[in-house]
Design a protein around this ligand. Structure first.
Ligand SMILES: Cc1ncc(COP(=O)(O)O)c(C=O)c1O
Length: 464
């Protein structure tokens, strides 16, 4: 199918659907007008912003959410992958209510805090862990502890990966094309002689330029690139941090042998292997990426789904590394292990997100992915689906992605047309093509069919 014609059709669909969206969301328009006075862009976080305004939500129940105009949607946004338990799950609500009656905050460790730590350690095969309050804090503290344990400053991260908004990982998150050239054409910023690793400017304003040198970038799914940089700079590198399955450019699964090769290189050079399981930890298997892919990291960072909707973050791993939090590495926080959050997390992990639940989530996810793939095939759309437990996505490129550069070959126009099409048909999705759907334990086959049917109609319209 002619891609230029498809893009033109997608733009047509977008124009029509965005107009419909604006016509039917006057309550969001009004709230936006009020919100921009106190909140830049009218939102609590840059990732919540929308153009010209986001659809603001009022409430959620089960698999559904309602916007401020009272319109109902089936929720596949899932709070950016947090809500694998769905909304207002009775077990989570009960746990939070109980705590609300008994003291919401002490800044003192409680029995439930310890119980949740035990549950997280058991589930994700960690010897020890500490609590934090977000994915950002989890990766930040994991990196600090790795630096403390190795006495080294530099870290390696993957091109195009997101690990939260602390300074040292805000490099090459969405790299521009002029920087991408560095990997193949060795220039001043190449970090190794092969030119496969590079250093670059911060992705965010406000990150000190002086930090450039300490974050080295390599491509995902390229064990040799990491081996090269480790061979040349191994004694300067504290850690390599990666999502074992990249989930901020659609979904990119690790090639067979890749994670083991990284681990082997780390072992040889005394580098700490850190998995960022913030997104995949509570979603792709009971035991997260370690269980699903069978290669254990030295440290791992968690947040999102492990809190059952409350603000829980955690990081942990080998005790010989974690012990550095008692040997001079700062690891603290007033709200760490907050009773309200840990009660929700404990109920989520022990009563809702059981092994059986992951079997059901996988069935639901496969039903959805197969439905979408059928629509793609029938209409010859240049796209593919990825199916991974509670997570999945459509990426607008025929072949599966191996790294960030493949993601740059996807066709964003098709995604944006699909987004407004779906939201106008009662399906609440994440607003960017880098994101995925999240299925919850409260989603039904009917919910999933509704998504697949609407997506099928979208593909047919695109191809018409
Ligand atoms: C892989 C990954 N790591 C870290 C983070 C940061 O988590 P938080 O937004 O809770 O700070 C995110 C957030 O989307 C993420 O996707």
């Amino acid at each position: 199918m002619d891609v230029e014609r498809l893009k033109a059709k997608a733009d047509e669909i977008s124009e029509l659907e965005i107009k419909r969206l604006l016509d039917r969301t006057p309550g969001s328009a009004e709230l936006h007008e009020r919100a921009v006075r106190s909140l830049p862009k009218g939102v609590a976080s840059n990732f919540q912003a929308g153009d010209p305004y986001p659809v603001y939500l009022q409430r959620g129940q089960g698999s559904k959410v309602w916007d401020v105009d009272g319109t109902e949607y089936v929720d596949f946004h899932g709070g950016f992958g947090v809500n694998v338990v769905g909304h207002a799950h009775p077990k989570i609500v009960e746990a939070i209510r109980k705590v609300a009656d008994q003291g919401i905050h002490f800044a003192v460790t409680t029995p439930t805090t310890v119980a949740l730590a035990e549950a997280i350690c058991e589930r994700f095969e960690l010897e020890q862990m500490r609590f934090v309050n977000s994915g950002t804090e989890a990766t930040m503290d994991a990196i600090r502890v790795a630096r403390a344990a190795t006495g080294r400053d530099r870290i390696v991260k993957m091109e195009g990966s997101y690990h939260g908004h602390h300074d040292c990982v805000l490099f090459s998150v969405v790299p521009e094309s002029d920087v991408l050239g560095t990997r193949f054409h060795v220039s001043g910023e190449s970090a190794d002689a092969e030119g496969t690793a590079y250093t670059t400017q911060p992705t965010s304003k406000g990150v000190p330029r002086s930090m450039w040198n300490d974050t080295i970038i390599v491509p995902f799914n390229d064990a040799q690139a990491f081996e090269d940089v480790a061979r040349q700079h191994g004694d300067e590198i504290a850690a390599v941090i990666l999502e074992p399955v990249m989930m901020n450019i659609g979904i990119v699964v690790p090639q067979p042998g890749y994670l083991q090769a990284l681990r082997d290189t780390c072992e040889r050079h005394g580098i700490v292997l850190i998995y960022d399981e913030v997104k995949c930890g509570g979603t792709i298997a009971y035991g997260g990426a370690t269980e699903r892919f069978g290669v254990r990291p030295h440290l791992a960072a968690f947040a999102k789904a492990v809190g059952g909707g409350a603000t829980v973050g955690a990081f942990g791993g080998e005790a010989r590394i974690m012990e550095y939090v008692t040997k001079g590495a700062a690891q603290q926080g007033t709200f760490n292990g907050n009773p309200l959050s840990v009660a929700a997390g404990y109920a989520a992990l022990t009563e809702v997100l059981t092994r059986d639940a992951y079997e059901e989530l996988a069935k639901m996810g496969t039903l959805l992915a197969e439905g979408c793939q059928r629509a793609i095939d029938e209409n010859d759309i240049p796209a593919h689906t990825v199916d991974l437990g509670a997570k999945g996505c459509v990426s607008y490129r025929r072949e599966p992605l191996r790294n960030y550069r493949d993601f740059l070959e996807t066709i964003p126009e098709l995604f944006y047309a699909s987004f407004s099409w779906m939201i106008n048909r009662g399906l609440f999705l994440t607003p960017g093509d880098e994101e995925q759907w999240t299925v919850s334990v409260q989603h039904t086959e009917e919910d999933v069919r509704r998504y697949a049917d609407a997506f099928g109609e979208f593909c047919a319209e695109l191809a018409a």
